[in-house]
Design a protein around this ligand. Structure first.
Ligand SMILES: Nc1ncnc2c1ncn2[C@@H]1O[C@H](COP(=O)(O)OP(=O)(O)OP(=O)(O)O)[C@@H](O)[C@H]1O
Length: 237
């Protein structure tokens, strides 16, 4: 079997006296779309932040393309090919769309911006608008586009659909699908919009108390209301 792009082994992490991840172990294949779901507070955001190196590991290991990255700083992980879009939509509100994208360019030529505009045509239309003038959905697009300019091979998305209207959610998911097809980038998506995330992903994990309690095909989970009800506490439509 091909080496997993990401592998967590018995990861323990938390904040101060609180342990949030209690032996979290899972792996994902290159080019895979994996959804991570679970009730509020089970540790999904903490898992992404730990993979990125923003929450320190207490024990266990994080491997990226076979390399143990547990001791690396976040920027070193980004350089290796990890992209992270936090829940907070990491954009500069006082800069224009184009300036925000330029800030994410690093050593790439300016023409790389065309990739971002091809993926999100709305951003091209609003390239001179200030970040603060964008709608929630446009801010999310900008945040994702900026992360992509770093050419990650694995993109971590923390609740990208949160607070967005259904039509905009569909537009974003369409862009994520195009992205997967065109670039083969692997995507780990954390989402409360469980039905939409499972519709997008190939595989799914359910977390509870900072560990995996279910792992399998996303379509199969979408068809399994008992498991969803038990661990996610919500019926999908
Ligand atoms: N900076 C922090 N300091 C202390 N505790 C924190 C911090 N961030 C999160 N926590 C706690 O860690 C636990 C897990 O939070 P986390 O955000 O990882 O869960 P989540 O599954 O992503 O939940 P949600 O869906 O609500 O975002 C929660 O009990 C939360 O209160």
């Amino acid at each position: 079997m091909q080496e997993p792009i990401l592998k967590l082994e018995q990861v323990v992490a938390g904040y101060g006296p609180t342990t949030v991840l209690n032996g979290l172990s899972f792996e994902m294949a290159a080019q895979q779309r994996l959804a991570m779901v679970g009730r509020n507070g089970v540790g999904k955001t903490t898992a992404l932040r730990t993979i990125m190196g923003l929450v320190p590991l207490r024990s266990g290991q994080v491997r990226f393309r076979g390399q143990d990255i547990s001791a690396l700083a976040p920027h070193q992980r980004a350089e290796l090919g990890l992209g992270y879009v936090p829940q907070t939509r990491d954009i500069f509100p006082s800069l224009s769309v184009e300036e925000n994208l330029l800030a994410g360019l690093k050593r790439r030529p300016r023409s790389a911006l065309d990739e971002a505009y091809a993926l999100f045509p709305r951003l091209a239309e609003r390239r001179r608008n200030g970040g603060a003038q964008l709608s929630g959905g446009e801010q999310q697009m900008l945040s994702v586009a900026r992360a992509l300019l770093g050419q990650p091979s694995l993109l971590l998305l923390d609740e990208p659909l949160e607070g967005l209207a259904p039509l905009i959610r569909q537009e974003l998911l369409r862009a994520f699908r195009n992205l997967s097809q065109q670039t083969g980038i692997a995507v780990l998506i954390v989402e409360q919009q469980v039905d939409e995330a499972l519709g997008y992903a190939e595989r799914a994990l359910i977390l509870d108390h900072g560990a995996v309690v279910h792992s399998g095909g996303a379509a199969a989970l979408l068809d399994d209301p008992l498991t969803l009800e038990r661990w996610v506490g919500m019926a999908v439509h």
